[in-house]
Design a protein around this ligand. Structure first.
Ligand SMILES: *Cc1c(COP(=O)(O)O)cnc(C)c1O
Length: 375
């Protein structure tokens, strides 16, 4: 009995051509023609005034965004608590202090009320935050209008963690293009992959060049190796970029397939009172539905359902455990209530890959049917 996974990468066959081109031309290093072409593809995708730097991970993209925004040791950076640890770790790389903020219930992302309360309180303490990291979790856009209005009012730049949200948009504008920086991940389980990789999106050529400078060991303009700033080895490899270039060909299709998975779950959960499917709240939100998630009535229900899936050899996963209750982060300030904790305790991610077959869906549906006693 083959296992059904949460989210697997899927090739379309063109990846190998770009990899072969890299091998045949001996461009087997970081940077190179595939990297440049991948950046151009992404810039065309994001549209006018988007400048993309291809990097070796989404985590490095967040780190470089913080560096370029001038975040230094002792500074504070606000970060959505309900997220993957990669959103918050780069704050610690800089020796800065994360300040975590709870989610709101409509998009599960950073809550405007708690965000403003956090900013006001930090300013009162003489510690105005240097940046805000807001996340489009599971592909769902955060409350862009509200969050950016607050950030603008206090003149604090936003880093949009769009690692899970390639293809999502808010009021027709693509996620990752609202903030001072947008970041993306091309890790193996994301909507498209480069085997590993990331991208930093900004709105100027200067910022793009600055990111490339830091990502390639901060080499000064000199004939010998001269360095006046700390450098990083963060550039994307030309082989990985080949995978990414191939994957871009079917991005649109993959978004459609993931959204179709959502429709499948929507139909099932329509008349199930014991669980609530996480969905776009209105027409302003367009999610790529990277993962479909449901909220059960209790932690026990969630564990029981997860076990039922496991017995059927189907992978599920809990919602991200909030940062403010993680051992490495719990000592840092937190503004919020218990919502992100409740989502963690009662929420479950369901199989959502673009390669789920009709047969897989039948198996998933049967497991759900039995669990919820549905005819
Ligand atoms: C995957 C992910 C990242 C990190 O991306 P990597 O490419 O794995 O470094 C950051 N934030 C979120 C929300 C993610 O899901």
């Amino acid at each position: 009995m083959s296992r059904i996974y949460l989210s697997l990468s899927e090739q379309n066959g063109s990846e190998i051509e770009y990899i072969n081109k890299a091998l045949q031309s001996n461009w087997i290093t970081s940077g190179g023609p595939n990297v440049n072409d991948f950046e151009i593809e992404l810039e065309n995708y994001f549209g006018k005034d988007s400048f993309v730097t291809a990097l070796n991970s989404g985590t490095s993209a967040i780190h470089l965004a913080l560096i370029i925004l001038g975040v230094k040791a002792g500074d504070e950076v606000i970060c959505q608590s309900l997220t993957f640890s990669a959103s918050a770790n780069p704050i610690l790389y800089q020796g800065a202090t994360p300040v975590f903020v709870d989610s709101e219930s409509e998009t599960w992302n950073i809550c405007p009320n708690y965000l403003e309360a956090a900013i006001k309180d930090r300013i009162k303490k003489g510690r105005k935050p240097k940046a805000i990291i807001a996340v489009h979790l599971y592909g769902m856009p955060y409350k862009v209008d509200e969050i950016h209005a607050i950030a603008d009012r206090y003149e604090i730049p936003i880093i949009e963690d769009s690692a899970e949200a390639l293809g999502s948009n808010y009021k027709g504008k693509k996620c990752g293009t609202f903030g001072a920086f947008g970041i993306f991940s091309f890790n193996g389980n994301k909507i498209i992959t480069a085997s590993s990789g990331g991208a930093l999106v900004s709105n100027s050529k200067e910022l793009k060049e600055k990111a490339i400078f830091y990502a390639t060991q901060s080499k000064d303009n000199a004939i010998h190796y001269q360095h006046s700033e700390i450098g990083y080895n963060y550039r994307m490899s030309n082989i990985c970029a080949g995978v990414g270039l191939g994957q871009m060909k079917t991005l649109k299709e993959k978004i459609e397939l993931r959204r179709n998975n959502h429709l499948f779950y929507q139909e099932f959960f329509l008349d199930v009172e014991e669980a609530e499917l996480f969905e776009e709240k209105n027409g302003n939100y367009f999610s790529n539905y990277w993962l479909n998630t449901i909220l059960l009535k209790s932690n026990k229900e969630k564990n029981d359902l997860s076990e039922a899936f496991e017995n059927a050899n189907i992978e599920t996963r809990p919602i991200w455990k909030p940062m403010h209750i993680q051992p490495i982060f719990e000592r840092y300030p937190y503004y919020g209530g218990k919502l992100s904790e409740k989502l963690f305790e009662n929420g479950l991610c369901l199989p959502s890959g673009s390669n789920l077959t009709a047969h897989d869906k039948k198996k998933i549906e049967n497991t759900l049917r039995t669990f919820f006693n549905k005819r």
